[in-house]
Design a protein around this ligand. Structure first.
Ligand code: SF4
Length: 111
């Protein structure tokens, strides 16, 4: 059976938290999404904020989004991201996508 996941490109994420709002609007009461702000030092030695979207529960506990996936649609948070930082698919395909495009900083959330 294929394993699915949500890939987040951390260099694209702007920390707007829109995905959290959309997740709540979908009634995904069992899924808690957060976006952590992390202060890091970049290559020039400057402090920069980076954002790390995480989920506290597996998104696959959401009836709404599992139904959407059964209908060959993505979870609602994917299309809501204004930075197009989120991508949904089979884990193997997401790993291949990251490798081919050489995307350096990603986070993969199992679905
Ligand atoms: S909606 Fe997209 S850009 Fe905004 S916090 Fe979530 S992943 Fe990041």
């Amino acid at each position: 059976m294929a394993r699915y996941g949500i890939l987040i490109d951390l260099d694209r994420c702007i920390g707007c938290r829109t995905h959290e709002v959309v997740c709540q609007q979908e009634g995904n009461a069992t899924v808690r999404q957060d976006t952590l702000s992390i202060c890091r030092t970049n290559a020039e030695g400057k402090k920069v904020l980076r954002y790390l979207p995480v989920v506290q529960e597996r998104c696959s506990t959401s009836k709404t989004c599992t139904q959407r996936v059964k209908e060959h649609l993505s979870p609602r948070c994917i299309g809501s991201c204004p930075a197009q930082a989120r991508k949904f698919g089979k884990v193997e395909e997401l790993v291949d996508y990251v490798t081919r495009r050489r995307i350096p900083h990603t986070h993969l959330i199992p679905f």
